[in-house]
Ligand binder design. Structure first.
Ligand code: C5P
Length: 227
């Protein structure tokens, strides 16, 4: 099968819209591969912090990105290892989120992660989750789905997730962190967070997971069965 004949479905949008959950469930249902591109940016961010590289040193960061030894799924579904060490929890910390969005604003770092992302396109198909999957990395994907929700609702969801895990959190701080990250992701000059022109936008503010999944499955089935 020619690489460009392999179907790709993109799920983009800001944090806390349920993108990851939808992408994981969709990939499992279709038996497709899954690209969690945010995890790549998180690993790079954590690796930059470990190596104490100055965030202004774009060339050093791009070089690090090109050489990263990242393995997904070795310690179970969703696990991420860097140079043989499991960093699944570390990349999900506030530092991991913050560093991911900082390295994500560096053009040379995005360029360095491009081929790695394209390599996930393997038969029988790919579900790619991120910010620029439909706009930049897989511009020919079909369907392109963009999930959104109000920042208040997204902060509330994150708050509940943390409490459920027994982690203390302050809603006001979560709201501020999300707003800052949204702003940085949307305002950056390269691959800013925005729906592709041909993306279908689903506002999940008042929808539960089952309702979102039903809408997504409907779109996907139509696209995959189209001649
Ligand atoms: O999706 P997730 O919240 O794990 O992404 C973490 C950060 O990585 C985002 O806030 C964004 O700055 C960056 N990112 C990106 N491009 C992607 C995926 C994530 O810039 N395709």
């Amino acid at each position: 099968m020619n690489n460009i004949d392999i179907p790709v479905i993109t799920i983009d949008g800001p944090s806390g819209t349920g993108k990851g959950t939808v992408a994981t469930a969709l990939a499992a249902r279709l038996g497709f591969h899954l690209l969690d591109s945010g995890a790549l940016y998180r690993v790079l961010g954590v690796a930059v912090a470990h190596a104490s590289i100055d965030l202004q040193d774009h060339e050093a960061i791009a070089q690090l990105a090109r050489g990263l030894d990242i393995r997904f799924g070795q310690e179970g579904p969703g696990s991420v290892a860097l140079a043989g060490t499991d960093i699944s929890l570390e990349i999900r910390t506030d530092l991991g989120s913050d560093m991911a969005s900082r390295v994500g604003a560096i053009p040379a770092a995005r360029e360095a992660l491009m081929d790695r992302q394209l390599a996930f396109r393997q038969p029988p198909g790919l579900v790619a989750d991120g910010r620029d999957m439909g706009t930049v990395v897989f511009p020919a994907a079909n369907p392109k789905i963009y999930l959104t929700a109000s920042v208040e609702e997204r902060a509330q969801r994150r708050y509940k997730q943390l409490l459920d895990k027994g982690i203390d959190a302050i809603l006001r701080d979560l709201l501020q962190d999300l707003s800052e990250r949204d702003e940085r992701d949307s305002e950056r000059s390269i691959s800013p967070l925005k729906p592709a022109d041909d993306a279908i936008v689903i506002d999940t503010t008042h929808l539960n997971e089952v309702e979102v999944m039903a809408q997504v499955m409907d779109l996907v089935q139509k696209a995959l069965s189209a001649p």
